[in-house]
Design a protein around this ligand. Structure first.
Ligand SMILES: NC(=O)c1ccc[n+]([C@@H]2O[C@H](COP(=O)([O-])OP(=O)(O)OC[C@H]3O[C@@H](n4cnc5c(N)ncnc54)[C@H](O)[C@@H]3O)[C@@H](O)[C@H]2O)c1
Length: 384
């Protein structure tokens, strides 16, 4: 077992433990194969006396709930499950309300625990429900999408969307444990895997140039999942996320904001596309990161070669890099700017963007010149 984070202890190779060491809220991220079917015993040891209500979506429940349920039943700790519809539309007030009622009907008490079994949607929704249910019950994140394993399940951000934008209602509620079973990624549709890969690449782009170079060399094996490289990519990413969360749990010092590389552009594109299959979150972020690099080049902040490498790598793996790649009508620059201004990275009316001085060198530009950004978006909205 490998333990990383504040302390590193060597052990067996079958699973990797990454410690998220936050004052009063420390937890482990366990990464390995076949972990769902053995979760009952692990949870009984980690959270004695707790009973578990599993929240999942219909896709994931059909594929992966049974082994987890059986394992929890073995330890007599399964309360029941609540299954929501797959997709971003489940991160809404009506679904949250229904979920909270269901969890109460299942008998979740203060000492019990919610398990979020699914992608980022389930993780954000179930984490939020846990944080407000009976003034807060514990949550264990069991991420099943690549995006959730490398990003959303770690760090305690929970929330739902509103008509004003994504993730505008939510809480910080750190999980008690994260169990990332990489074997479940084999059932993830390729398009979803690819979208999650954008977040993997993000860790290289924001602060780890050697990792980005490794991905340029090894992405085919990461996608194929036939050797240890997929797991290596998940571990490197999870470790990077844990490190950032430990440095800046509540996005106060600016370190955690670096995770938003490409996200202000990306969230605006996602909102424009109606949070639909037209453009997945990771696809929007891929276009957003390419835009952030190009904008940085145009402002004389970043070498052109680095921006070209970003665009090439995303194109190689099949991720979109252009606004024109979004099917259907193109957004107008004004529309995009309005949507970008609604992003929660706006402070005192000023737009902040996470840009890069090169691969692995992201930084927060907190006073973006609106006239330059408008001119940039005009160019980008018509680029083919
Ligand atoms: N909390 C955070 O820090 C944070 C960070 C990044 C993103 N997010 C949020 O994450 C969400 C996106 O997450 P996502 O990309 O995982 O989307 P998702 O949860 O919608 O999952 C994508 C699709 O894959 C399916 N799926 C998941 N795991 C599967 C598996 N193993 N096999 C087969 N199908 C599977 C789901 O049913 C869904 O249809 C967004 O709402 C975004 O805002 C949150």
């Amino acid at each position: 077992m490998m333990r990383d984070g504040a302390a590193a202890l060597a052990g067996s190779d079958s699973e990797t433990m990454i410690e998220v060491d936050l004052p009063g809220r420390r937890y482990d991220i366990v990464i390995g194969e076949g972990l769902l079917a053995a979760a009952g015993e692990r949870l009984a040891a980690a959270l004695p006396q707790a009973r578990y209500a599993v929240v999942s979506d219909a896709n994931v429940a059909g594929l992966h709930l049974a082994p987890l349920k059986a394992s929890l039943e073995e330890t007599g700790s399964f309360l029941g499950s609540a299954v929501v519809a797959p997709g971003e539309t489940s991160k809404s007030f009506p679904v949250l309300e229904k979920l909270c009622e269901t969890l109460l009907e299942l008998g979740v008490e203060r000492g019990d625990c919610v398990i979020a079994l699914g992608g980022g949607v389930v993780g954000d929704l179930a984490g939020f429900a846990a944080s407000i249910l009976r003034r807060g019950v514990r949550v264990v994140q069991m991420p099943t999408s690549l995006l959730a394993q490398v990003d959303s399940a770690i760090g305690g951000k929970t929330g739902i969307d509103t008509k004003h934008g994504k993730n505008l209602i939510g809480t910080f509620h750190q999980p008690s444990l994260v169990v990332a079973d990489v074997s479940v990624l084999s059932t993830l549709p390729t398009r979803e895997f690819r979208a999650g890969y954008a977040e993997v690449a993000k860790y290289g782009l924001l602060g780890d140039a050697p990792f980005f170079a490794w991905l340029e060399q090894n992405w085919k094996d990461v996608f194929a999942g036939t050797d240890a490289k997929r797991r290596q990519a998940v571990e490197t990413s999870a470790r990077a996320k844990a490190k950032i969360v430990m440095a800046d749990e509540r996005e106060e010092s600016g370190t955690r904001a670096l995770l938003n590389l490409g996200h202000t552009f990306g969230h605006a594109l996602e909102a424009f596309a109606g949070y639909s299959d037209r453009l997945l979150h990771g696809e929007a972020i891929a276009i957003g990161m390419r835009l952030a690099f190009t904008y940085a080049v145009e402002q004389g902040l970043c070498p052109q070669d680095d921006a070209a490498r970003v665009a090439k790598h995303f194109t190689d793996v099949g991720l979109p890099t252009e606004i024109s790649a979004i099917p259907g009508d193109a957004p107008s620059p004004g529309e995009l700017l309005r949507l970008m201004a609604q992003d929660k990275k706006v402070r005192g009316g000023k737009l902040a963007l996470v840009l890069a001085r090169g691969i692995g060198e992201a930084f927060v530009e907190s006073d973006v010149a609106m006239d330059r950004l408008t001119a940039f978006l005009k160019e980008e909205c018509t680029r083919r």
